[in-house]
Write a protein that binds this ligand. Structure first.
Ligand code: ATP
Ligand code: MG
Length: 451
């Protein structure tokens, strides 16, 4: 196939270039995704027109990275990234090319791109393919291969090895021999890459359909040890009991069995038992135990995710799921215990915690269905939530002002009393009326000699 179909929007856009004698090509992910049979998410185009010249062709452009020849063109509801043909030379810091030189041909531009499957262009408006590095052949062979010598290409930009592994997760492709072999020697260069860029690649890897082979690539190349050494420490930590896997394999599988749509769940799956090597002890029969590992796991996870510059909100959500993952529901739980579970977990996080549990159990026993215990707990939670009782301090029939007006001194003690009242109401929702709570709080204050 030497031509690909071109959407009308792109044809119309490209004619604005070609009418002025410029060349213009669709490049990068969009062309690759066409050959992968996937719908492209966004369009990148390359042209021999300089950024200033592109600016004269359109009413409005956004100067995204003028010094690198990149502008964004808003066109009929699309944001199209347009870059002047260029080559990059002299990567003294392995991150940013010292010199960007513009060049006249698409083939030269394609030669600076990372992998053969990302170095295919389609001329616009015709859709005619330019594929000087046999990207299509590699796509057919389902392999990821650098354009040119992998050692050189990885030494220019330490992010590329990680991109190779990320693309393998997204495509299910194998990283071909020499490209894979060049990853370990590139670790010193990878160390110079900005953490945010690493975080973004890891996030794409983890939210792909099947990250499992990519996780093993990370381990096998030594990248895992470099990026998340705390995970490598889980290799060879055996768990006994029903577990088929050591801790690291268990984490990999739990991660993969979490729904791909949620980065937070995938991260929680990957890290939920990471504290086990630290919490490891042995009982009198010599079996391993991991008491309190959920707390250790949450604190290790917080360190890792902070180091990798994840947003605070993501870190908080992941650590919360990890801290709560060890609940053991039994039918004998009282309604008060179920109410406490709802409060502890947070109403909005319950289904995610159950998803983590499903993945965790499946990684242990290979059974994908949800346990009857969780189904029962869910039914009870639904029933209890329907009753509309108080679950947070905001729902209590009295507040801090009511306490101070009774003579309770302002300060932390008010919070302590409200918290105790909350616990009493979770035990017995019928206590949640103003008179009863004022009575109880008065009794508490007298007992503590506060009034
Ligand atoms: P996606 O957008 O799905 O992550 P993509 O292939 O479009 O995938 P981008 O990061 O958007 O990736 O980059 C667009 C193109 O620019 C790539 O297809 C590749 O040709 C080139 N490219 C991006 N990053 C690099 C890099 N670090 N080294 C060399 N070429 C790169
Ligand atoms: Mg892209």
């Amino acid at each position: 196939m030497d031509r690909i179909p071109v959407p009308a929007v792109l044809k119309d856009l490209s004619r604005i270039f070609t009418a002025q004698g410029y060349q213009v090509y669709l490049v990068g992910g969009a062309v690759r995704d066409y050959f992968l049979g996937k719908k492209a998410e966004d369009w990148d185009i390359a042209t021999d027109a300089k950024a200033e010249e592109v600016a004269t062709l359109f009413k409005r452009i956004i100067p995204t990275g003028i010094e690198h020849g990149t502008v964004t063109i808003p066109f009929r509801g699309h944001m199209i990234e347009c870059t002047t043909f260029r080559i990059e030379t002299g990567y003294t810091d392995s991150r940013h090319p010292d010199l960007v030189s513009f060049t006249a041909t698409i083939t030269e531009d394609l030669s600076r791109r990372d992998f053969t499957m990302n170095a295919i262009a389609a001329a616009l408006p015709t859709g005619e393919i330019v594929d000087p590095f046999d990207g299509r052949k590699d796509i057919t062979k389902r392999i990821i291969r650098t354009v040119g010598d992998p050692h050189t290409r990885f030494s220019e930009d330490g992010l590329r090895p990680l991109r190779a592994i990320r693309f393998s997760a997204q495509t299910g492709f194998t990283i071909e021999g020499p490209t894979l072999e060049a990853i370990s020697p590139s670790i010193p260069i990878i160390k110079t890459v900005a953490r945010e860029r690493i975080r973004d690649e890891l996030s794409k890897l983890l939210t792909s359909d099947n990250p499992l082979p990519a996780l093993y690539y990370l381990e096998q190349t030594g990248l895992l040890e470099h990026l998340i050494g705390e995970l490598s420490m889980c290799r060879g930590v055996f768990q006994g009991g029903r577990h088929r896997h050591d801790v690291l394999d268990h984490l990999f599988y739990t991660c993969v069995y979490c729904p791909s749509a949620s980065l937070e769940l995938r991260l929680a799956g990957l890290f939920h038992d990471i504290g086990k090597p630290v919490a490891l002890a042995f009982d009198t029969e010599g079996n391993p135990t991991f008491h309190g590992h959920e707390t250790v796991s949450a604190s290790i996870t917080e360190k890792i995710m902070t180091r990798l510059k994840f947003p605070g909100k993501t870190i908080k959500a992941v650590c919360h799921l990890i801290r709560q993952h060890m609940f053991h529901y039994e039918s004998v739980w009282t309604d008060a215990a179920v109410r406490r579970f709802i409060v502890r977990t947070g109403e909005d996080e319950i289904e995610r915690l159950f998803a983590l549990r499903r993945a965790d159990s499946r990684a242990i026993s290979d059974i994908a269905e949800e346990g009857a215990d969780i189904q029962e707990l869910r039914e009870r939670i639904i029933g209890i939530l329907k009753q509309g009782h108080a679950f947070t301090l905001k729902d209590l029939a009295i507040n801090g002002h009511d306490l101070t007006s009774q003579g309770v001194p302002r300060g932390p003690v008010t919070g302590v009393i409200l918290e105790e009242l909350m616990q009493a109401v979770l035990d017995d929702p019928s206590l949640n009326n103003r008179e009863r709570l004022l009575d109880i709080s008065r009794a508490m204050c007298i007992e503590r000699k506060l009034i």
